[in-house]
Design a protein around this ligand. Structure first.
Ligand code: GLN
Length: 509
């Protein structure tokens, strides 16, 4: 069911970054024209609510400077003039950065995140800041203060000519980076920055039929990424094909003195990776009871596809997987409780307009008015876990189990090169179905297959695999996890997977 206006700009907007760069170099297209085409696409897809803020003036300025560089034959590189979007939890200097929360509704940061700076330095054109679940807590992009983002493949009750007003019938985009995923899938940009703490890049990428990459923890600076959970957060990259993701990754990784958790490792290049001599692990623990049969079938089909291509497939065990969600919840809430102490109505962000409050009531009322229920419940849970009498029982224990989860992966990677798993647990889901569930729990339950890679700091990617065969024809993505710091190897194998899967990019054809 294809909904959003079909027009003839898709063949252009669906090109790869390499192809666009060639068009720029040979003067068949200018960065300003491309910016205009993407801007038109944003207007055409407005009903999907993928952007919180459009950066028209900046984009216009960046693209015309890029024009000049191409005219002088001196572009900065492959990303010069490429339209991108950025999730609204990355600080952008003098550009509103809201985290989709009333708390930061009018926050204009005085600095750029390192990744934003690096992208600007390579000449990109910023289209805007994308919608997300408030403070990146959620799995549907349903929890934004600015309203949900919507999936371009609509519910079958929506007809081509008449979009229904009842948005409950529309499919969820997945989250929390739903806006970034929609912006890429609909051709408003060529790549997007997202973030990934428990799956927020891979989850919406899998639902939208695009590539969503979470690099190894420590390779890309988090400086200027408004934290959800320091020890798990990683900037993510979305694009419509693996090579475009790789180009952005190459621009972004590297040690940053402003983020002490970035590492100064030389990441191995992958020249020697023999794509015909690989062993792929299938972890038995990921075959959970509540896994959608459609996703389960796609997972098996992918296994057959890889076996037919000559790869070895091996069943493996990651025995502590079952504990991972609970540990994730505890660590996530505990770090949230501490990270969110700065939102008190005094330092920055929203402040209640109620007068005559004492200091404590000012804090309470401000937070009560400006944070949603999911955020508040995590702050409360986190403070409970961090109480003196609970600290060992919950927080410390979770850290120890986290170590066991990491060791599971280390052991598995002694016998396999990559691990293939589902991304989401559920497949089709419209807002009505989603809203019937308990959001505080559901926000995390969807992360069953994705958050272990965050716990272990491993690179993981969601790759579009196929469209389901029922009448929705929604995309299904699958996840591949690699060894720590083997990010380029993972991307190289992902290109092979992409070639084998031949996923059709149908939305606007
Ligand atoms: N669903 C996860 C959560 O709510 C996603 C977090 C993320 O990756 N930003 O914690």
């Amino acid at each position: 069911m294809l909904k959003v206006n079909l027009d003839n700009s898709w063949p252009l907007l669906n090109r790869s970054i390499n192809e666009i760069h060639h068009l720029f170099r040979t003067r068949q297209l200018s960065p300003s024209d491309l910016f205009e085409a993407c801007r038109q696409r944003i207007r055409d897809t407005k009903m999907l609510n993928s952007f919180i803020t459009c950066t028209d003036d900046l984009g216009l300025d960046q693209s015309s400077k890029s024009n000049e560089r191409y005219l002088q034959g001196k572009p900065f590189g492959l990303l010069d003039g490429i339209p991108i979007s950025i999730k609204d939890n990355f600080n952008t200097k003098n550009i509103r950065t809201t985290c989709a929360s009333k708390m930061l509704e009018n926050y204009h940061p005085p600095f750029n995140a390192t990744v934003v700076e690096k992208l600007f330095d390579s000449g990109v054109t910023l289209m805007g800041k994308t919608n997300m679940d408030e403070f990146a807590m959620g799995s549907a992009c349903s929890e934004s203060y600015f309203g949900s983002a919507y999936h371009p493949w609509n519910s079958k009750t929506i007809t081509e000519s008449k979009p229904v007003d009842d948005k409950n019938c529309w499919f969820i985009t997945g989250g929390s980076s739903g806006g970034s995923a929609v912006s890429v899938a609909t051709g408003t940009c060529f790549a997007a920055l997202s973030s990934d703490t428990g799956g927020s890049t891979r989850n919406p990428a899998s639902r939208l039929g695009i590539v969503g990459f979470k690099p190894s923890y420590g390779l890309i600076s988090r400086f200027g990424l408004i934290p959800l959970t320091h020890s798990l957060d990683v900037p993510g990259i979305m694009a419509r094909n693996v090579n475009d993701v790789r180009l952005v990754f190459t621009c972004l990784h590297g040690h940053d003195p402003r983020d002490s958790t970035t590492v100064a490792v030389e990441i191995e290049d992958c020249e020697h990776l023999d794509l015909n001599n690989l062993t792929i692990g299938i972890p038995v623990e990921y075959d959970v009871e509540n896994l959608s049969p459609t996703i389960s079938k796609a997972w098996k089909d992918a296994e057959h596809m890889l076996r037919d291509a000559g790869l070895r497939i091996e069943r493996i065990s990651l025995p502590h997987t079952g504990y991972s969600l609970a540990c994730y919840s505890i660590l996530n809430s505990s770090e949230v409780a501490s990270n969110f102490a700065c939102y008190d109505g005094i330092e920055y962000g929203y402040r209640t307009s109620k007068m005559d409050l004492n200091l404590e009531d000012l804090y309470i009322t401000t937070r009560e008015e400006a944070l949603n229920d999911i955020v508040k419940s995590r702050i409360i849970a986190g403070n409970y876990f961090l109480l003196n009498q609970n600290y060992q029982k919950f927080f410390e224990k979770s850290l120890r189990i986290r170590r066991l989860i990491t060791e599971d992966f280390v052991r598995a990677f002694q016998t396999v090169d990559f691990i293939l798993t589902p991304v989401c647990i559920t497949h089709t889901m419209n807002y009505q179905e989603w809203n019937q569930m308990d959001q505080t729990e559901e926000a995390i339950r969807e992360d069953y297959c994705t958050q272990p890679a965050n716990m272990a700091g491993l690179p993981a990617i969601s790759l579009p695999f196929k469209l389901d065969s029922d009448n929705h024809h929604l995309p299904i993505g699958l996840q591949i996890i690699g060894r720590r710091f083997n990010d380029y190897q993972l991307l190289k194998f992902s290109e092979k997977f992409q070639q084998l899967a031949q996923f059709p990019h149908l939305i606007f054809e």
